[in-house]
Design a protein around this ligand. Sequence first.
Ligand code: KE4
Length: 430
Amino acid sequence: MRSVTDPTLLTRARNVLPGGVNSPVRAFRAVGSNPFFVREAHGAILTTTDGDDLIDFVMSWGPLLLGHDAPEVREAVAAALTRGVSYGAMCEAEVELAELVVELVPSVEMVRFVNSGTEATMAAVRLARAATKRDLVLKFEGCYHGHADSFLVAAGSGVATLGLPDSPGVPADLARLTITVPFNDEAAVAAAFQEHDQSLAAVIVEPFVGNAGFIPPRPGFLEALREHATVAGTVLIFDEVMTGFRVHAGGAQALTDVMPDLTTMGKVIGGGLPVGAYGGTRSMMELVAPAGPVYQAGTLSGNPLAMAAGLATLKAAKAPGFHDELDRRSSKIVATLTARANALGVPFSARSAGGMWGAFFHAGPVDDFATAKLADTEMYARWHGAALERGVFLAPSAFEAAFVSTAHDDDILDTALEILADALADAARA
Ligand code: KE4
């Protein structure tokens, strides 16, 4: 019996950390089991404190495009470490990473670094409200944009997992400023613009949803958002914290050729160290203090170690064919698991884009959160547990995406797919 939990450590953790974790989804509550603790991680492998090796498809929830402990990242951070850990003043690495982001992300002419995706989306909405002098924000059911108050309305990820569509502590007056409609529903978007036309400051969307499970945009959906936002003078924000540099070197906007007014970034941009960012047109970004009046600040923003990790990661991600190869690996996972589920007669739909993929125990297509919630989450929990017992770590929630890296080579994928297929059969029998 593979033990993936260190009971003493878990007891200690629960004694001093809410739920024993520093982020809810890590508590494994949605899959009805207990979390393991990590001793170390290299490449595609996590090693638990029990000494068990797990093939990892969570990959720190997306940042690790080059795998755990990637040599390029380790060496860059080690070199930066010899020069200190934080300055509270500018360093060249901040300028270099900003120049690289501007080079890679088509709609971004100027960028500001923060320390998380949540900070990035908070700041982007504040900027959109300042630029338009409007208050309302349109988001999509099941999309998660971090834990700022305005977004904890019909959110995805841990909020969906925990069934906390409107988290306590969010003032009703603030929640009222957030309108939610179903993702991929052009009619609902048109109606929302019809009703709130000149009051909408921003539309914020995960262009490929990764927090309600993995849900790609229907053809034309992002184009429709762009059109409505342009006509209404509303700021279109692509929350690319998850898709950025993962589905394409330039993110979902490069993959779909739909240009937002603002882009939020995180995860990959820091290569595993805490970096978030928001960027857009020069005219919009020059509203941000101290260039303009919109205030936003951060003690560790542009941290030199984090900049070094981000630079090493994005420089590797620029390589020709980098994302085609990640896409090949994700597509292989989707095709193999779909074939196995079909052979077992299990309702299953899986899709992928670049280095991210996801699967629902639902015949599909799963194009919105309401449908995603009809998927068999009990089956997912059984699959998760059976896979973990055999040495593969999937997201401990059906409302998440999965991630591959350059470290997930074909040998590792073949081993993982055999395990996942066997775990499917196990879960289907239960
Ligand atoms: P952070 O504040 O967690 O860095 O980023 C928030 C965020 C914003 N936008 C999108 C599209 C995101 O996916 C996220 C964070 N994603 C979750 C995973 N579903 C982080 C994992 C966690 O909460 O522990």
